[in-house]
Design a protein around this ligand. Structure first.
Ligand SMILES: [Zn+2]
Length: 87
């Protein structure tokens, strides 16, 4: 691995609050999706995988779109019913 990609992999991605002691843990792409130990309290911590985070974002977005679609369909049905009733 050359220096540039090494640097990339070890770049800090995020601060993750430790689920045990709430202290922020810096984690890098190299740690993503792996288990490690919190430097503050020594408890086992699983770093979230990057792919997983992206998947969760996509899932949330899809859920929002689905909610919007349901609302639009209900509105369309209501309008249709109103149209029938008002004839
Ligand atoms: Zn901790």
């Amino acid at each position: 691995m050359d220096d540039i990609s090494q640097e990339r992999v070890h770049k800090v991605v995020e601060n993750l609050p430790c689920p045990h002691c709430r202290k922020p843990i810096e984690y890098t792409l190299a740690h993503a999706g792996r288990a490690g130990k919190c430097p503050s309290c020594g408890e086992d911590v699983r770093m979230p995988g990057r792919d997983l985070a992206v998947l969760e974002e996509v899932r949330d977005l899809l859920a929002k779109i689905c909610n919007m679609a349901v609302v639009l369909i209900i509105l369309a049905i209501l309008q249709f019913l109103l149209f029938i009733v008002s004839r």
